[in-house]
Design a protein around this ligand. Structure first.
Ligand SMILES: [Zn+2]
Length: 257
């Protein structure tokens, strides 16, 4: 059964749940490494484009590389919900160093807050994906971009090349130019930013972007500490079968001999 969905930017289409043949995509390690898995899954399950939103697609087909990260994640979430339903169960370790208990949590994926793309952001995106802000400490105006599918592929490659420079990689990648700074000096400028400016930039990226809020508050059943976690988005999200194996094990150990 295909269903009509509208992504945070207004991109609208009909999507269906995954079929057995899509297991091949999920299991393909080469695709996972290249970051092409999400594109393949979305292409397979997106049956019809109804409204392109802010995108200019050639030949009436969605090019997932052009699509904003927030839309991509929203669409993936809908594919997951259409395939297995909205309930998602996962486990995370308690963040308290003296506890570390296993926190089993379950949530309804349809309840995650969705932030639509504002009209102002839509206009900046259409006009070349250029956004502008002023750094509070450096006092300079900077232009930056929202992340698309293509960026989602490229950025991890850059980060793998310099894992100790995660933050500066992200900032240097997303900042397009800075008033009075030569493009060759961009990297150095970014590394010299105060952490307050860096933090401000990351907040500004989020504030003008669209997407699904995936930060959750969970409570530890042992020490009752409330803590924020990022929604785990791993194999179990699309292949709950691995959880089924665990459930079977649990059942067989708890059943009377
Ligand atoms: Zn705990």
């Amino acid at each position: 059964m295909a269903e009509s969905i509208t992504c945070p930017s207004g991109l609208t289409g009909r999507v269906r749940g995954m079929k057995v043949r899509e297991e091949r995509i999920l299991a393909d390690r080469a695709l996972a490494k290249s970051g092409g898995q999400v594109d393949e899954l979305l292409s397979a399950c997106w049956e019809e484009l109804v409204e392109a939103g802010p995108y200019a697609f050639a030949d009436g087909k969605v090019n997932w590389g052009q699509v904003l990260q927030g839309d991509r994640f929203f669409a993936l979430l809908q594919v997951r919900v259409l395939t297995y339903g909205p309930e998602y169960a996962f486990a995370v370790p308690c963040q308290s160093a003296s506890c570390r208990a296993r926190i089993n949590w379950e949530l309804d994926l349809m309840q995650l807050p969705v932030r639509p793309l504002t009209d102002a952001s839509r206009a900046s995106f259409i006009a070349g994906n250029r956004f502008e802000t002023t750094l509070p400490d450096a006092g300079k105006r900077v232009r930056f971009r929202l992340m698309t599918g293509e960026d989602e592929r490229r950025l991890p490659q850059l980060q793998r090349a310099a894992p100790e420079k995660m933050l500066s990689s992200v900032l240097a990648y997303r900042v397009l130019d800075i008033d009075g700074v030569d493009s060759r000096d961009k990297r150095r400028f970014v590394e010299d930013l105060s952490l307050r400016d860096a933090d401000f930039l990351v907040d500004t990226f989020d504030a003008v972007d669209c997407g699904v809020d995936t930060t959750l508050e969970v409570e530890c059943p042992e020490c009752f500490m409330r803590q924020e976690v990022e929604l785990p988005f791993d194999r179990g999200f699309f292949l709950p079968g691995t959880q089924r194996a665990a459930r079977r094990r649990e059942r067989s150990t708890s059943s009377p001999a």
